[in-house]
Write a protein that binds this ligand. Structure first.
Ligand code: LMR
Length: 327
């Protein structure tokens, strides 16, 4: 009898210990990049801030490197409640809204300052709510940076891309951008890019300095053109069901932590782009090409017709507001 009583007491204690450790709310944050990138660092900072402020009530689990979901699956998983936060590239929402494709238009933004101005302006803020009818809420924009072109051969004139296969993110605008220079675009998940390049199944890709560096694309691409032809930024996104279901005393703390983590990620994104570009240059594994004004103008002229092609889908108001942010 005494033994049984002790057994029950021990079990009760063990149960109390487990329930004290288990968080009331678990937030799974899934992303596809390395931890040493603006998004990786932002996600880890967010987890840290939430832990500091909410202790055991909320636990943030960060899954980097496509460990939990690849970029083509994460939004479906979010709709099913299998993941609560993600920050896919703005190019990966085409299934849910055509408006965000504005960010993919080639040579639209002069630099990251213009991107920031557009995102924080009225049209950019409106876009955060562009998928609410699909059950997704945009909680903020996170920068990575401007994209560069990489390939197995030098890309100096638009004709150099003729017939080459480029991996692209899942965006019709990006497909049109490469078709405009007679290249062949292939929509592939981020997790497959290195192998596709290494095995020469594709010839090139476009990405930011931090992704080219952290995923070692520069080791399997002999040439990178510093084209700055487009932007790769993120939408920090959650599901409306999850967000609206959070207790009222917790939601603002999570939002504040997210805003601070995003501000931190944005701050380091420029420094990372510079540092990673330098590391790539110093590696001696690839050649970085700068374009003359004339060469750049030729790329602009070839790719710019894509704006008109997508004006109907995206909306002229959005394109005009983005152009105005360059001023
Ligand atoms: C890509 O697929 O190239 C990027 O969107 C990856 C990322 O999240 O930066």
């Amino acid at each position: 009898m005494r033994g049984i009583k002790m057994g029950i007491a021990a079990a009760a204690l063990a149960f109390a210990a487990t329930s004290a450790q288990a968080a009331d709310i678990t937030i799974k944050f899934s992303h596809v990049v390395a931890e040493n990138t603006p998004k990786g660092k932002m996600a880890n900072k967010f987890a840290e801030l939430v832990h500091e402020r909410l202790g055991d009530r909320v636990e943030v689990e960060v899954y980097p490197n496509s460990q939990l979901f690849g970029d083509n699956k994460v939004l479906e998983a979010m709709a099913l409640g299998d993941v609560q936060l993600a920050a896919p590239s703005l190019s990966k929402f085409g299934k849910y809204t055509s408006k965000l494709q504005v960010f993919d238009l080639p040579f639209l933004f002069k630099d990251m300052k213009a991107v920031e101005k557009f995102q924080q302006g009225p049209k950019g803020q409106e876009l955060l709510h562009s998928m609410e009818d699909k059950g997704f809420i945009g909680l903020g924009y996170l920068h990575n940076g401007m994209k560069q072109l990489s390939a197995s051969q030098p890309l100096i004139e638009p004709a150099d891309a003729d017939g080459l296969k480029f991996r692209i993110m899942s965006s019709d605008v990006l497909a049109a951008q490469f078709e405009a220079v007679q290249a062949v675009p292939l929509k592939k998940p981020f997790s497959e890019v290195f192998t596709l390049l290494q095995t020469k199944a594709i010839d090139g890709q476009e990405n930011t300095w931090s992704n080219i560096y952290s995923k070692k694309f520069f080791e399997v691409q002999d040439h990178i053109t510093e084209s700055n032809h487009g932007v790769l930024d993120y939408l920090v996104v959650t599901s409306a069901d999850f967000w609206n279901g959070l207790p009222d005393d917790i939601r603002p703390v999570i939002k504040k932590s997210l805003d601070e983590a995003i501000a931190y990620g944005n701050k380091i994104s420029m420094e990372k782009a510079e540092a990673d570009k330098k590391a790539i240059a110093e590696s001696g594994r690839t050649t970085i090409h700068e374009l003359t004004d004339e060469q750049r103008a030729a790329w602009v002229e070839s790719m710019k017709p894509v704006w008109k092609q997508f004006e109907g889908d995206i909306g002229k108001d959005l394109i005009d507001a983005a152009v105005a942010s360059n001023g």
